[in-house]
Design a protein around this ligand. Structure first.
Ligand SMILES: Cc1ncc(COP(=O)(O)O)c(C=O)c1O
Ligand SMILES: Nc1c(O)cccc1C(=O)C[C@H](N)C(=O)O
Length: 400
């Protein structure tokens, strides 16, 4: 650490109300980890929990663990814990499958409900810069339901929802630029137009306060391996708003979402509540790793997370401005706090090679084509000294 910004970082770290949380993570020595927006860091307690789940619950109790260890109901129990982080009252979130699969369930179900109300609706609106999987799944879901996809810039989604719109699929935060979209406005406009909203929270859950119930969002999906630190491939989640649950007609009705799964009935009767979003057997090992990973949120106020995230990203941008010669990088992340998630994306010539060199020097971010350096700031374990060092090393890599 060096210079005035280094000293400022030390002062900011000393005053950080979340600083004790860093010790709950296993972080590699000498590395600045700014890739929690792709794969969150490992919470230290996860290894012990998995050892117990494997050794005792699976190894000793075996099949009995589905009931005695609570495996069967873990998708709803862990879903309620995630609900506490995304403004969802209990009973509306189930954990399981991937985000991609949950986008499929949500978009098809949203179209089906919209069609019940007004059969002529035939359009799925998606934001044009969506994460690819959402766009691919929306295309297929639309084809299967006789709709067409119309891609418009996220900022135009609210204005574009109209009488033909059945569903609006919006990424809460853009994965490439880190732009935070106006979910309440999109939701309100979609509802005025008679459409339903599906929100992808992959880059917002755990990074900033999300208020699903308060904003009346219809469906939401998200992964748990980024800011929720569930580990590689940890299961995703599906939120279905309470009032919609009786009409939620899942396109993937598996035996796990049956009202009486062990009746093994040939006829499908959907379960009530969040369980209707289940499909097949839950991913118990990664689900229970996630369960323990969520313990790091105990005693954490999301307002503190948001305040630190904005302070960190502001500070990083200041350090970049100070250290990196003018014109070498350009931030594509909005300066306005109301429009920023928890990452900074810098457009940079030769970004792929620059990121490789950054990683070689211990600053781990990622590269997104065609020319974006992406730095994720995870307030629970990223400090101001990390932000300062990352900007300093970036300047060294780019040269004078
Ligand atoms: C916004 C967004 N949606 C969906 C996904 C993909 O989800 P999954 O691969 O878990 O299905 C990602 C990241 O991979 C993402 O950033
Ligand atoms: N899910 C990932 C994976 O399995 C491997 C590498 C990266 C990912 C990601 O999550 C990418 C991430 N959604 C992104 O915003 O780019």
């Amino acid at each position: 650490m060096s210079g005035a910004l280094g000293r400022e970082a030390a002062v900011l770290d000393a005053a950080d109300v979340l600083r004790a949380k860093r010790a709950e993570f296993a972080l590699a020595d000498g590395t600045v980890y700014l890739d929690g927006n792709s794969l969150g860091a490992l919470p230290g307690a996860v290894a012990g929990r998995l050892a117990d789940v494997i050794g005792r619950e699976w190894g000793q109790l075996g099949i009995r663990s589905w009931t005695e260890s609570g495996w069967w109901s873990a998708p709803e129990r862990v879903g309620d814990r995630i609900g506490g982080l995304v403004g969802a009252a209990p009973g509306q979130i189930v954990v399981g499958d991937s985000t991609s699969v949950n986008v499929f369930k949500a978009v098809v179900a949203a179209v089906r409900i919209a069609r019940e109300r007004a059969p002529g609706r035939d359009e799925v609106l998606v934001d044009a810069a969506t994460f690819p999987t959402d766009g691919y799944v929306a295309q297929s879901a639309a084809r299967m339901t006789g709709c067409r996809v119309r891609a418009v810039p996220a900022a135009d989604l609210a204005g574009e929802a109209g009488p033909r719109t059945a569903a609006v699929l919006v990424n809460h935060v853009d994965y490439r630029t880190g732009r935070l979209h106006d979910l309440p406005a999109v939701t309100a406009a979609a509802h005025t137009a008679g459409a339903l909203v599906v929100a992808d929270l992959c880059h917002s859950a755990g990074a900033l306060p999300v208020e699903l119930d308060a904003h009346g969002v219809d469906f939401a999906v998200g992964c748990t391996y980024k800011y929720l630190n569930g580990g590689p491939g940890s299961p995703a989640y599906l939120y279905v708003r309470h009032e919609l649950q009786p009409r939620f007609d899942s396109p993937l009705p598996g035996w796990n979402s049956h009202a009486d799964p062990f009746a093994m009935s040939p006829a499908y009767t959907p379960a009530d509540g969040a369980a209707r979003g289940r499909v097949g057997t839950p991913e118990i090992l990664s689900l229970l790793a996630l369960d323990t990973a969520l313990d790091v949120w105990d005693g954490v106020a999301l307002a503190d997370v948001r305040a630190k995230s904005l302070a960190l990203t502001d500070f990083f941008l200041r350090c970049v401005e100070e250290y990196v010669p003018e014109g070498r990088v350009e931030s594509v992340t909005p300066a306005a706090h109301a429009e920023r998630g928890s990452q900074v994306a810098l457009r940079c010539a030769g970004a792929g090679a620059v990121m490789e060199e950054l990683i070689r020097r211990g600053v781990v971010g990622d590269f997104r084509p065609p020319d974006v350096l992406r730095f994720g700031f995870t307030p629970l374990y990223t400090g101001f000294a990390d932000a300062e060092r990352a900007a300093r090393v970036l300047a060294e890599v780019l040269g004078p």
